[in-house]
Ligand binder design. Sequence first.
Ligand SMILES: N[C@@H](CCC(=O)N[C@@H](CS)C(=O)NCC(=O)O)C(=O)O
Length: 204
Amino acid sequence: MLLYQDARAPNPRRVRMFLHEKGLTDQVELIEVSINDRAHQQPAYLDKNPLALVPVMEFADGRLLRESIAICRYLEEQHPQPSLFGGDAWQRAQVEQWNRHAELELLFPVAQVFRNSHPFWQGRIRQAPEFAEIMREHVARRFTWLDGELATRPWFAGDSFSVADITAVCAIDFGKVSRLMIGDDTPHLARWYAEVKARPSYKA
Ligand SMILES: N[C@@H](CCC(=O)N[C@@H](CS)C(=O)NCC(=O)O)C(=O)O
């Protein structure tokens, strides 16, 4: 399998962490597609993903998947253990819900702060600094909300580590480039973060 990715981007990292948790790292070759160098906008890559986004997973027969969660779901079906999408109907629903929360309430606003305020994107996209500030405030409120949630259970979706934790930690780490940090006022979120960070997959 080939994983087209940018080593610094959060969505490819979700897939790399997932692969590591599944013990599949040695079955995948990483192909660097530098967003900084605009490699993702070149015709060769647009053939793989016309949306000019990473990651893309390419299989030996040439089939392509170009959504992080679609890649992870497929790998889960092929390699069910350890389960990262939930073991029964209720757990699967919980993982779906919390992964969606992690995407929509953390990763999306964190990415919008970066895109709309960081010098990296100046001259690349049209930026809206005021929207960045609105999203910055949104993330701070969501950190507080998540702190309350994680006071009641070890992981995002319950008693087991799941793809929702992967999405959340990739979002939170990506926020650092925009000075979005977990503070002392969210100890339960900090406890959760330390436990994710202690897993070998964190370095993927
Ligand atoms: N839904 C996609 C989102 C992919 C995405 O937003 N990738 C970002 C990097 S994390 C990207 O390629 N950005 C390039 C750009 O916006 O030009 C997925 O999760 O696979």
